[in-house]
Write a protein that binds this ligand. Structure first.
Ligand code: ADP
Length: 334
């Protein structure tokens, strides 16, 4: 069944997958990473070699998984997917690595959340294409070296800085994905709309793009919510006011801040007088995990100039008060 068939049973997650660009050429935005990665792949293919390991870093939804799929697709090799949290024992990793086929791409999402023993096994595998499997228990246990096929590891992490140095050093190429600018997002939304067979004019695409938090995954999601809204409230016709009304309903503001983003700012400005306040305290005050605040909300708020990380804690800028419609305290100078 075609997940994009507008008359079929639309499985939203299948739609998400179907919207993934299949090649670097169709991967909109991130021109630097795209060109650098393209060169790594082309040169490896030219030499008939398995490409170097690739590390991709950046906030969620910017295209790390998509790029891993593209790498496998462009090389014409299979792709194996796993994630750091899924690999708790070195044995889990050994099982995956020894089951790879020659030249396969192994995508390891959230690589910074792997256990230490697995991490150490990965060092050896990346460098020597070998794992040491422990056989037996207690004093009689022995390590048996096992050769594994050559593979390309594509690691993904929200921040390259979360990775221990020795692991980072074993990647031949690191691509740092950054938030997309509005023009790139407009093109991405338009491409998705045409795949979804949704009529979308430029002005409406711009409304969606500008409120997507610089993130393709969010752009695609907002497009679907706007489509739904238009279907129920505007006979299916998307116009800029319809798009705005839909996004207002879903609590996405003009700058793309969502409920969590605003909760963080509001807590920082109102409850903590603008800071400085520690990350843990701030996360607790909005009822969220530290990681979510640090890796999802903060990078965008910093990028938008609402929040600063200082050695003493998080601090709001005057722009934060202004955006929340509050009076900027006289004591604030930034
Ligand atoms: P990440 O792994 O970084 O969290 P994904 O690769 O899963 O992000 O991307 C999320 C969604 O955004 C995918 O469904 C994909 O369709 C879309 N997407 C990401 N990057 C692009 C891009 N450059 N062009 C078009 N669509 C993209």
């Amino acid at each position: 069944e075609d997940p994009l068939d507008p008359h079929g049973h639309l499985d939203e997650q299948a739609v998400d997958g179907a919207l993934r660009p299949p090649s670097l050429e169709e991967f909109g935005g991130q021109p630097r990473v795209s060109a650098q990665l393209g060169l790594v792949l082309a040169a490896a293919q030219h030499r008939g070699a398995v490409p170097d390991h690739v590390l991709l870093s950046g906030p969620p939804g910017l295209g790390k998984t998509t790029l891993a799929m593209i790498i496998a697709h462009e090389l014409g090799v299979p792709l194996r997917i796993s994630s750091g949290p899924a690999i708790q024992h070195a044995g889990d990793l050994a099982a995956i690595l020894s089951g790879l086929t020659e030249g396969e791409v192994f995508f390891l999402d959230e690589i910074h959340r792997m256990s230490r023993p697995a991490e150490e096994m990965l060092y050896l595998a990346m460098e020597d294409f070998r794992v040491d499997v422990i056989v037996g228990k207690g004093p009689g246990a022995t390590e048996i070296p096992l050769e594994i096929p050559r593979f390309t590891l594509v690691g993904a992490t929200t921040r390259a800085g979360l990775l221990p140095g020795p692991l980072r050093d074993r990647f031949g190429f690191t691509g740092q994905l950054d938030y997309y600018d509005a023009a790139d997002l407009v093109r991405i939304v338009q491409r998705s709309a045409s795949l979804l067979k949704v009529a979308l004019d430029d002005a409406s695409a711009q409304v969606i793009a500008s409120r997507s938090r610089g993130t393709p995954r969010i752009a695609n999601r907002l497009l679907r919510r706007v489509r739904d809204y238009a279907l129920i409230h505007a006979s299916g016709r998307i116009t800029p006011p319809v798009a705005s009304a839909a996004l207002d309903l879903y609590e996405v503001d003009e700058l793309g801040l969502d409920r969590l983003d605003r909760a963080v700012l509001e807590s920082l400005c109102v409850r903590f007088g603008g800071g400085p306040v520690g990350l843990g305290t701030l996360a607790m005050s909005v009822g969220e995990e530290v990681e979510t605040v640090e890796e999802v909300a903060e990078p965008f708020l910093i990028r938008q100039g609402f929040l600063m990380r200082t050695p003493r804690g998080r601090v709001a800028t005057s722009r934060a008060w202004a955006h929340l419609g509050l009076t900027v305290p006289a004591s604030r100078v930034d």
